[in-house]
Design a protein around this ligand. Structure first.
Ligand code: FAD
Length: 344
């Protein structure tokens, strides 16, 4: 039987796209597109043979609406609560403050599992991964045609771009929405992932080091260090993720990531010596990832939290419409879905 629901394409399967798709489920036939091979966008997991790292989002908070969205995913064990022991470190690596425990969430077994859990729960009409949408065209009947990696997908009544502003601007026609996207600058950051060889664990490396889960660092280079293996639902093999300050990454944006990885690793060694078991000679895995669009320098000055042209049938959502966190991406995608629903 032919599906008589309106057809909506959602391009981008980060939390904004997933939230939007979930809210529109049942009201439209939804096709999801993402240029990556997996879902989740910056909620990402890098897997090596030995160990896995959440190299984007490390943990996230949720208000009541977001918690309600997460509820079936927590019931399925795909999202777990975590109240990390979070400390602040001096530039010499000494603990200067222990922050009050706050309930946060992680997807399990890796942050990228959230997208798969949403798919399992909602069962959308079509999911196209590894499908970079390169062009968006209006058909003669005013519906939309997309081109993604050499394929054509047609007859969409609405198209939603759930992605960072520069990437949305590249797909939008000239006009106010494109200008709004172009007005928001995103800042980069780098993430270094490190895992020691099992046999390198020595007497100088206490088994449960570090003694914290998350460390905020007062440092011009390092922003955050996360003991990935101490999150719930992970392997216990030590896996450390280090994030850099946006400003530092912006100043080093053209330096190859491998070179920066060595600098970040050396700084880490300055701070902790061998107490984390991460001496450069004893690593089982190390890799540095560059995030070009990590966080909005200043979010869109538009309190509704999305862009939508009802007559044109085009909408834009993303964390940068409201802030810099997962909860902002969720709120943006959800608010856009409500506006789209009333336009159907
Ligand atoms: C290193 C790092 C650490 C972070 N840590 C935290 C944290 O601890 N807590 C927290 O709350 N937030 C954190 N954030 C911020 C968080 O990642 C974002 O707020 C949130 O994930 C944004 O979701 P989104 O859906 O708006 O965008 P994204 O997750 O960026 O999703 C956009 C999607 O669009 C796809 N896409 C783009 N262009 C196209 C195209 N042309 N065709 C097809 N697909 C396309 C991309 O592949 C991507 O999957 C962190 C971010 C980074 C980079």
């Amino acid at each position: 039987m032919q599906n008589l629901l309106p057809k909506i394409a959602i391009i981008g399967t980060g939390i904004a796209g997933l939230a939007c798709a979930a809210q529109l489920h049942g009201h439209a036939a939804i096709s999801l597109f993402d240029k990556s091979r997996g879902l989740g966008g910056r909620m990402a997991t890098r897997r090596s043979e030995l160990v896995a790292f959440d190299h984007g989002v490390s943990r996230f908070s949720a208000d009541a609406d977001f918690a309600a969205f997460l509820e079936p995913l927590t019931a399925a064990g795909s999202v777990l609560a975590w109240s990390p022991n979070t400390v602040r470190l001096s530039p010499q690596g000494a603990i200067t403050q222990t922050l009050p425990a706050r309930r946060q969430w992680v997807a399990s077994p890796g942050m990228s599992s959230l997208g798969r859990a949403v798919l399992a729960h909602y069962q959308f009409d079509a999911v196209h991964l590894g499908a970079a949408v390169g062009a968006l065209e209006r058909q003669a009947d005013h519906r939309y045609r997309l081109q993604a990696d050499g394929q054509i997908y047609e007859n969409f009544d609405r198209v939603i771009l759930a992605m960072p502003p520069a990437q949305a601007a590249a797909l939008l026609p000239q006009g106010a929405m494109r200008q709004a996207c172009e007005s928001v600058a995103m800042q980069p950051c780098h993430t270094l992932m490190l895992a020691p060889q099992l046999e390198s664990e020595t007497a100088s490396t206490p088994e449960d080091a570090p003694e914290w889960d998350v460390a905020l660092v007062d440092d011009p280079m390092l922003e955050l260090i996360i003991a990935n293996h101490r999150k719930p639902g992970r392997d216990r093999q030590r896996a450390i993720v280090v994030q850099t300050q946006h400003q530092w990454s912006a100043e080093h944006i053209d330096v190859p990531a491998a070179e920066l990885g060595a600098l970040i690793q050396a700084r880490l060694f300055d701070l902790f010596g061998d107490t984390l078991g991460l001496s450069p000679k004893a690593l089982a895995y190390h890799s540095c990832h560059r995030w070009l669009y990590a966080a909005a320098a200043k979010p869109l000055p538009n309190p509704q939290g999305f862009l939508f042209d009802a007559a044109g049938g085009l909408g834009v959502a993303g964390d940068w419409c409201l802030g810099t966190r997962v909860r902002h991406g969720f709120a943006s995608g959800t608010a856009l879905a409500a506006a789209v629903k009333t336009s159907l």
